[in-house]
Design a protein around this ligand. Structure first.
Ligand SMILES: [Zn+2]
Ligand SMILES: [Zn+2]
Length: 138
């Protein structure tokens, strides 16, 4: 298990009381850049021998999102996926393998021409296509 001390500090900075379960989940997310679903996180932690219930996983993720430690990536009608990157970035979704890639985008170069936006809380941009890995496989 990697530097729990560092993770504890990051959680406390966001006003989250660190428990072992929360640390386990946060540590998992730190090492996972695939934008996993609750199902995947639960399955992976179970496979690692951690006895967290699915409800605990879900509730902890929800808390992390509320506190700004994670953010949700929601595509169309699919289930919520969780993202450890909370700064502005776009996503590229591969329509072949389903992988969601992080894409750096300078959001400040995009000018929102919509006067009725009172305030903006999150900016999402999605690209769809076929990733290079899948292209090379053909
Ligand atoms: Zn792909
Ligand atoms: Zn992302």
């Amino acid at each position: 298990m990697r530097n729990f001390e560092e993770l504890t500090k990051q959680m406390e900075a966001k006003g989250i009381k660190p428990s072992l379960q929360r640390l386990l989940l946060f540590n998992y997310m730190q090492n996972c850049h695939e934008h996993p679903t609750v199902e995947k996180i639960y399955a992976d932690l179970s496979a690692q021998g951690h006895a967290l219930s699915k409800a605990t996983v879900y509730n902890t993720l929800t808390l992390f999102v509320q506190k700004g430690l994670l953010r949700i990536v929601q595509l169309d009608h699919s289930e919520a996926r969780y993202d450890i990157l909370t700064n502005d970035h776009a996503h590229f979704i591969c329509q072949k393998c389903g992988m969601i890639y992080d894409v750096p985008v300078d959001f400040d170069q995009l000018h929102l021409r919509f006067d009725d936006a009172g305030s903006v809380s999150q900016r999402d941009i999605f690209y769809r296509g076929v990733c290079r890995r899948c292209m090379n496989r053909e």
